[in-house]
Ligand binder design. Structure first.
Ligand code: HEC
Length: 104
């Protein structure tokens, strides 16, 4: 019985930890992704594969174990350097990152 209680506590604790790891707002991130990223990326949950423009689906990014908040922050500007439309404010970056990671 004690083990069960412990297991439940552990699950709850990891749930809280996971929620806190997301730096921004998932819903705002989804709106931003639809508006700014969907022309090149498949931004829908469950979508996979590269688009015609060679951009990886957000689900694929989410499924990649290597990606986390930090690596996304670093990666996000890299392929988009020449696209003035995709300069996001820090808070927007956090929101989009939260949306991507929440697809997990
Ligand atoms: C004009 C097209 C276009 C738009 C708009 C666009 N992307 Fe991309 N993105 C690409 C392409 C093409 C790649 C793949 C580059 C490569 O693999 O070298 C990419 C790659 C990425 C990567 C992966 C980087 C890596 O090295 O794995 C991330 C993360 C990303 N985009 C996020 C976003 C986000 C977030 C938005 C919206 C704010 C966005 N992109 C909007 C074209 C676009």
């Amino acid at each position: 019985m004690r083990i069960l209680t412990f297991a439940i506590l552990l699950v709850c604790a990891s749930g809280v930890a996971r929620a806190q790891q997301l730096p921004g707002d998932v819903v705002r991130g989804e709106v931003l992704a639809d508006r700014l990223c969907a022309q090149c990326h498949d931004v829908e949950a469950g979508g996979t594969g590269r688009s015609a423009k060679g951009a990886p689906a957000f689900q694929t990014l989410a499924d990649s174990r290597v990606l986390n908040t930090l690596s996304l922050r670093v990666l996000l500007p890299t392929p988009h350097r020449d696209m003035p439309d995709i300069i996001l404010e820090d808070a927007q970056t956090d929101d989009v990152i939260s949306y991507i990671l929440d697809l997990r």
